[in-house]
Design a protein around this ligand. Structure first.
Ligand code: UD1
Length: 374
């Protein structure tokens, strides 16, 4: 069987790496081609992740680049359709919830190619998030839905998905974390930081950075926190642009406790996250990684598609209000690490389960054989 494994943006790379590894070692003769859509394309957002994680050169790079949601999704669909027609895969495997995920799932499904979605069933309930639309639409059409925990299974069952399509397999991002955490911890900490004595900030959601008032409230809270504990802030390109546009960059850069750095590679970032006192973020994946690392995570969002991390107790949702962010940071400063138990299947073997199910699987029931476009 032939599989196309799709990756597009930074949060995809750590999710596909272990799947490719397992295909290579135990794929039982199946062919797995790597398609990079090029949604993220520069060294900091893409190249360094390929190197850190030992991901091979993509077999195909669609070179899609930046644009509006429709431009990105549309361009990816058109380019990926051509790849599917040329390669005639049996399965397309998409991961996560970025625009590339939905675009490739849609293009494949319209050619009657089977689609597997890794990290299915996550729901924030927030339809203003582009990722929520991507999740809902991808899950609606995928043949196989690989979930990270049973709360995701419950979401899918509540939406009427047939139980046979759902496989709770664990978390491939955590496979990657477990494989590389030793190397990550051996990386030097940037800016002379000392273990356990600094906070990390990441910020990139449009809802947090695209409106001046919201961004000013959040950056105000971060400046306040930096007077109590040094803060290191790897700045996403979108956020850097908005800070500059809104005239917030200079005051932020002048704040003595804040170290603004460029986006970091996987090992440098993971090494820093594993040794910080707390992280303030609006990322999705970081909520899960901190749950495994036992690091307090303060999520600057009103909702999360990863409620299991709050249930376990490492993650707390604080919204965008400066007072709430500061209160949570004060609590985290006094927090002593306890041993948190991550969800059962976050054990470093999710990719093995996924590949086993995929290669064991023939044509999914009720799916017509691949015929190409009409
Ligand atoms: C995308 C994902 C989001 C994910 C995030 C991680 C969607 C809808 N959003 O958001 O789910 O959490 O990636 O970063 O798919 N840029 C560069 N270099 C790059 C890529 C982007 O400088 O390699 C700049 C461009 O100015 C671009 C901006 O960053 O316009 C935003 O990139 P984009 O891919 O549109 O969305 P993200 O905000 O990164």
């Amino acid at each position: 069987m032939k599989f196309l494994i799709v990756s597009g943006a930074r949060p995809n790379f750590m999710k596909i790496a272990p799947i490719l590894d397992v295909f290579e070692s135990t794929g039982r003769g199946s062919e797995a081609l790597l398609v990079h859509t090029g949604q993220h394309y520069d060294e900091k957002m893409s190249g360094s992740f390929f190197r850190d994680l030992g991901i091979r050169e993509p077999d195909v790079n669609l070179g899609i680049g930046s644009g509006t949601h429709s431009q990105q999704t549309g361009r990816t669909m058109i380019a990926f359709e051509e790849v599917c027609l040329k390669e005639t895969p049996d399965w397309v495997v998409v991961v996560g919830d970025v625009n590339s995920t939905l675009a490739c799932a849609l293009a494949a499904k319209k050619l009657c190619v089977n689609v597997a979605h890794v990290e299915a069933g996550l729901r924030s309930g927030d339809m203003t998030m582009p990722e929520e639309i991507n999740r809902l639409c991808t899950d609606a059409i995928a043949d196989l839905l690989f979930t990270t925990d049973t709360m995701a299974d419950e979401n899918l069952l509540r939406e009427g998905v047939a139980p046979g399509r759902i496989h709770c397999v664990g978390n491939t991002m955590i496979d990657t974390l477990m494989k590389h955490i030793g190397r990550a911890r051996a990386m030097p900490l940037p800016c002379g930081l000392e273990e356990g004595r600094f906070a990390v900030v990441t910020l990139h959601r449009p809802a947090n950075v695209d409106h001046r008032e919201t961004l000013a409230a959040i950056t105000g809270a971060i400046r306040e926190i930096s007077r109590r504990i040094p803060v290191v802030f790897p700045v996403h390109p979108r956020t850097y642009g908005r800070l500059a546009d809104f005239g917030l960059l200079a005051e932020f850069e002048r704040e003595p406790g804040i170290r603004m750095v460029e986006p970091l590679g996987y090992l440098a970032f993971m090494g820093m996250m594993a040794r910080c006192k707390m992280i303030l973020t609006d990322s999705g994946g970081i909520q899960e990684e901190t749950t495994v690392l036992g690091i307090p995570c303060i999520t600057m969002r009103e909702n999360t598609e990863r409620p299991i991390t709050c249930r376990i107790g490492t993650n707390v949702l604080v919204g965008r209000d400066a007072v709430a962010i500061l209160a949570a940071a004060s609590r985290a400063l006094d927090w002593t690490r306890t041993n948190y138990a991550p969800p059962e299947l976050w054990d470093g073997h999710a990719a093995e389960r996924i590949v086993r199910i995929l290669v064991d699987r023939a044509q999914p029931e009720g799916t017509a054989p691949r015929t190409g476009p009409e």
